[in-house]
Design a protein around this ligand. Sequence first.
Ligand code: ADP
Length: 272
Amino acid sequence: MQHNDFTPWFVSPQSQCKLSGFDTEPPSKGLPSGSALEEQLVELGEQLNKLQSTLHAAKTRGLLVVFQGMDTAGKDGVIRSVFSHVSPLGVRAEAFGVPTELESRHDFLWRIHAKAPARGEMVIFNRSHYEDVLVTRVRGMIDEAACQQRYDNILHFESLLQDSGISVLKCYLHISKSEQKKRLQARLDDPRKHWKLQPSDFADRELWPQFTQAYEAALSATSTPESPWYVVPADSKPYRDSFVAGLIVQTLENMKLKTPKPSFDLSKVKLT
Ligand code: ADP
């Protein structure tokens, strides 16, 4: 995979994004497959490791990577596989579930802002503030007007992060409904995976069209060149992992990070 051209998967700002127009499977031509794809992930992992070390050392910029997707889309899997290549120093993963009683008495971005990266950090969100315009919208917890207002709040919040040196990269892990069926069945068939199942997984599957619509509206309203949404083909796990690793490498490269200069004159150091 060329890791420098992700344009076809970028959601154009203010477009009427249609997820059916994006493939859930990898492109069929000119791609590495099998072990070549695994080797590519190792290579991208090495680049990611170097770039993340510089990010951590320089403390001039930060990165927030948001993962959203239908149940079983692979949020946990991609986090495990891509971020196993970086040092835990300066990297943090945060997951967001149903808001607690305290959280729901605050504005919806309160708990999110508290977990946002500082300069020098890379933070991964497994679910995010986007739940507040997705599941809440589909389940009728907020109306259309409140949802529109939240899109604006999100745009302002992400531009505040950007102004503070924190880039936001958003990945929608795009799986087909038939792939979700296979993955749910595999979880049902394997007692070691039963803990991963929730009644909401099956209830939400029934609402696939409504979730798709909510995602399309949210992605269209909140994708910007500075805080882009990418639709990641996620039916193939190895392809998904390489794609995401490439996207993060590219984002970090674009920051043109520099290793800080030593704060004292090294030529005067005498080792005894
Ligand atoms: P996952 O499904 O990601 O493995 P959990 O089993 O903890 O993780 O499920 C998290 C649940 O919390 C999901 O059903 C999700 O829709 C819900 N959730 C997350 N954020 C919110 C929110 N702001 N409002 C309502 N529900 C939310």
